[in-house]
Design a binder for this molecule. Structure first.
Ligand code: OAD
Length: 316
C-alpha cells in the first residue's frame, strides 16, 4: 500500500535532487530472499526461538550468555548462517544510489553480507552489527575467515580455537604412567563422542582437557553487551552528520540502540523517510511508505525514471 500520490512524488523529487543519502537498513531488506527477520510475529527468528525456553529469545545474541554457555548460540547458529548468494531488489536499489553518486553511507544492521554481494563498496558500508566474514577466539582473539567455523555452526557444535589448541598441544605434558614428557594432541572436535570408548586411555583425557582449555570461536557479529565497531561512531559523528541531506530507513524496527539513535543525531532539517511493512511508533518520520520494501523501491525508481534491474523485478 502506497500513501497519497503527492507524498510519493515528494519522495521521488528528494531522491532525484539529494546527493548525500544515508540509507539505514535492517533485516526486512533480506526477507524476500527467504532470510527471516528478527521480530516479525510468527516468521521472525525470535518467534522461532521461543521453544528454546529462554526468558528472552534475544539472549542467544547476548555476550554474557555466550560466555557462560556457547552451546545455546551454536544450537541455533545454522538458522542464521548465510544461505543465499542472491541479493534483493532493495539491495540493488542501494547499489543504484551508489552508482548515481548519491549514497553517502549504507548503515546496515544485517550480518548476511549481501550488501557486498550487491556491489556496495566497503567505503560506503558500515556493518553496524558486524558480519560472518570473520570469526575470532574469545580467549586469544585469533581471527579466521568466517567460513572456517561454518561446518561447526552447521552441525550445532561449539567451534574451538585452532591456535589455542595448538598452543596446548605444544606444551609438553607428563605421561602419568611412564613419567615421560609428551606432546598434547590437537583435535578441533569435541572428544565427548569418543570418550566412552577411550575412557581408560589417558591421552583421550588429555584431548578432552585441551579441548576444554581452548577458547571458543565466535563469529564477528555484534552481540548484545558488545561495543559496535569503531567505524560506526567515527563515520557518523566525524563525517556523515555534517554532510547528509536525506535519510532513508528501510526494513528495520529500529528497536536496537545505538543504531536506532542515528536518526536523533542527524540535523532536524534532513528529510527522513521510513520504508517498511510495519510502522514505528517511537520515532516520527516525515514520510512513511508502508509495504514490501522491494515493491516500494521499484515504484520509486519507476517514477524517477531510473532503470532498476534485478532478476526479481518483472520486465515491463
Ligand atoms: P527486525 O526484525 O526487528 O525488524 C524488521 C522490520 O522489517 C520489521 O519492521 C518488519 O515489519 C519489516 N519487514 C520485514 N520484511 C519486510 C519486507 N519484505 N519489506 C518491508 N519491510 C519488511 O529487524 P532489525 O530491525 O534489523 O541485532 O533488527 C535489529 C537488530 O535486532 C538486528 O541487527 C539484531 C536483532 O537483535 C543483533 O543481533 C545485535
Amino acid at each position: 500500500r502506497l500513501p497519497e500520490i503527492d507524498t510519493v512524488e515528494k519522495v521521488v523529487e528528494l531522491l532525484k535532487t539529494r546527493e548525500r543519502i544515508i540509507v539505514l537498513t535492517g533485516a526486512g531488506i533480506s526477507t524476500s530472499l527467504g532470510i527471516p527477520d528478527f521480530r516479525s510475529k510468527g516468521s521472525g527468528l525470535y518467534a522461532r526461538l521461543e521453544s528454546l525456553g529462554l526468558s528472552d529469545p534475544q539472549e542467544v545474541f547476548d555476550i554474557d550468555v555466550f560466555n557462560d554457555d556457547p552451546t545455546i548460540f551454536y544450537s541455533i547458529a545454522k538458522d542464521i548462517l548465510p544461505t543465499t548468494q542472491r541479493f534483493s531488489p532493495t539491495h540493488a536499489f542501494i547499489a543504484l544510489l551508489q552508482q548515481k553518486n548519491k549514497l553517502l553511507t549504507n548503515y546496515t544492521q544485517n550480518i548476511d553480507n549481501l550488501e557486498t554481494l550487491a556491489g556496495i563498496s566497503p567505503d560506503k558500508l558500515i556493518q553496524c552489527h558486524g558480519s560472518f566474514a570473520t570469526a575470532s577466539c574469545v580467549k586469544c582473539n585469533y581471527q579466521v575467515p568466517g567460513t572456517t567455523i561454518f561446518p561447526e555452526m552447521q552441525r550445532g557444535v561449539v567451534a574451538r580455537c585452532d591456535r589455542c589448541l595448538s598452543l596446548c598441544a605444544s606444551t609438553p605434558t607428563t605421561n602419568p604412567l611412564t613419567g615421560k614428557k609428551r606432546k598434547r594432541r590437537i583435535k578441533n572436535t569435541p572428544p565427548a563422542s569418543r570418550k566412552k570408548k577411550f575412557s581408560e586411555d589417558s591421552s583421550a583425557e588429555e584431548e578432552e582437557m585441551n579441548y576444554r582449555e581452548a577458547g571458543v570461536m565466535k563469529p564477528d557479529i555484534t552481540f548484545f553487551g558488545q561495543m559496535l565497531p569503531d567505524t560506526f561512531h567515527k563515520r557518523l559523528l566525524g563525517n556523515d552528520r555534517d554532510k547528509v541531506d536525506l535519510l532513508i530507513c528501510i526494513g528495520t524496527s529500529l528497536k536496537v540502540a545505538p543504531v536506532s539513535e542515528i536518526i536523533g543525531y542527524l540535523p532536524p532539517d534532513v528529510p527522513q523517510i521510513y520504508i517498511s511493512k510495519t510502522p514505528v511508533n517511537h520515532i516520527e518520520f516525515d514520510v512513511e511508505l508502508l509495504g514490501s520494501c522491494d515493491e516500494v523501491v521499484v515504484e520509486l525508481c519507476r517514477r524517477a525514471g531510473w532503470d532498476l534491474t534485478h532478476e526479481m523485478i518483472p520486465k515491463e
